[in-house]
Design a binder for this molecule. Structure first.
Ligand code: ASP
Length: 434
């Protein structure tokens, strides 16, 4: 049995394909959907339009604000060839939003609600509303175990259902939503509850790519990916899936298959536990990076024997509410790498506090740093991976400012000057993939 989730672009321009895909395999019994997304550049996503409508619903702009929502669903109903009273449904939606006038979450949830309702009609499947499936506490935190038992009880014996993603309800029945992109989480919870063999996540790309296509020309698709590799690559900016969608399926050993609605013949990316990865995988699975870091180098003679040095440095960061990303160290040096957006204008005060806390010989700041992670499970067992990476950077005259290899040997992270960022990613890609 498969649980499928279709994203916003699939539910907009790809809706006819969604029907084909859902009907092509009788195992696709539970279908979770997003609200329609953009059809072309410059369009509104329905969820964004609903938030906007919510703000303007009592103003003179309310009709204009509702128009993109109405247009989008009229088009969906037409593409599905449905003879439903779409105008009636849309007026009812406006009335419902008016009745829940203090809840932006209710308004936002109507995109998924209508999407699921219309698709269920077309597929002849049962429409099962998520307010009875996904439970949140009063603070808006997901109650996973409770949701799993609600889903099992409600879907037992249901042959085929279409379920809205993105929202559920709290104990008092108020509609609550996940963070943006949260339909991925709904799909993962349904897959977990129904013990699916696979969670298919249908989107508009062929899967995870081994590098950012805006930087590397035509990068290879990643066929297999472990959950841990996924975590590393997503942390570094490769976003295809909501990060919170991983836990529910991972803990039950359910693979996630990223698929492309617009290219259904492509097998996509299969995300599995590392034990299930094929043994002959490449040493490197993917390369991802981020710009915008500052490195603070702290130097003090005999630092290695000064007990509590590291704790005092981190204590200063903690007191200032700053999180650090990496902390490479030498014998008499310790560096902390911090994201520029967390540092903001706190740098001068941070430096003086560090000076007071650890009395270093010097504190040096190097900004304009980018980090690049070269990720791969199989690198632990292969000699020469680091040599290949650094040779490739040296051959392009790229200066490496920082190196960090996690003890899991799952990745090698290098810090380079931001002006070398694109060049460095291309050099590493060429070394492992070309
Ligand atoms: N429609 C919601 C959003 O745009 C949730 C989703 O699509 O997953 O964020």
């Amino acid at each position: 049995m498969k649980v499928c989730k279709f994203g916003g672009t699939s539910m907009a321009g790809g809706i006819k394909r969604v029907v084909k895909i859902a009907e092509a395999d009788a195992d696709r019994r539970f279908v979770v959907v997003s609200a329609p997304g953009k059809r072309k550049d410059g369009d509104f996503k329905v969820t964004d339009a609903l938030y906007r409508y919510f703000k303007l619903k009592d103003s003179s702009e309310n009709n204009e604000a509702f128009k993109p929502i109405a247009d989008s669903f009229r088009q969906v109903a037409e593409d599905l060839g449905l003879s439903v009273d779409i105008d009636g449904l849309l007026s009812e939606t406006r009335r419902d939003i008016g009745r829940h006038s203090d809840s932006a979450e209710f308004a936002a949830s109507r995109g998924e609600y209508l999407s699921a309702y219309l698709l269920a009609r077309r597929l002849g499947a049962e429409f099962v509303d998520s307010d009875g499936l996904i439970r949140f506490d009063e603070g808006g935190e997901l109650l996973l175990d409770k949701s799993i038992s609600l889903i099992r009880a409600r879907l037992a014996g249901v042959e085929r259902a279409v379920i809205p993603g993105f929202y559920g309800a709290d104990e008092s029945g108020r509609i609550r939503t996940f963070s943006r992109g949260g339909s991925d989480i709904t799909g993962a919870i349904v897959a977990r509850a129904m013990q699916a063999d696979v969670y298919e996540n249908w989107t508009d790309v062929d899967g995870f790519l081994s590098a950012d296509p805006r930087i590397v020309a035509d990068p290879a698709r990643i066929e297999w990916l472990s959950y841990k590799e996924l975590r590393e690559l997503s942390y570094m900016g490769a976003q295809v899936l909501h990060p919170e969608a991983i836990y529910p399926v991972r803990s039950a050993g359910i693979p996630i298959n990223i698929r492309n609605t617009f290219n259904p013949d492509c097998a996509g990316t299969l995300i599995v536990d590392e034990g299930m990865l094929p043994r002959d995988s490449r040493p490197v699975t993917g390369i991802a990076g981020k710009k915008g870091f500052t490195i603070i180098n702290i130097e003090k003679e005999m630092m290695n024997s000064e007990i509590g040095f590291g704790r005092r440095v981190l204590g200063v960061l903690e007191d200032d509410g700053i999180s650090f990303e990496h902390m490479p160290s030498g014998i008499d040096t310790l560096s902390v790498v911090i994201r520029d957006d967390t540092l903001a204008d706190k740098l001068p005060i941070l430096v003086s506090e560090l000076q007071e806390a650890v009395e270093p010989d010097s504190v040096e700041i190097h900004s304009g740093l980018s980090l690049i992670a070269t990720v791969g499970h199989c690198m632990a067992a292969r000699m020469g991976t680091a040599a290949r990476l650094f040779d490739a950077l040296a051959a392009k005259h790229i200066n490496v400012r920082m190196i960090d290899q996690g003890s899991s040997e799952l990745n090698i992270i290098v810090g380079v000057d931001t002006f070398d960022y694109e060049k460095a990613i291309n050099a590493i890609y060429a070394a492992f993939f070309r």
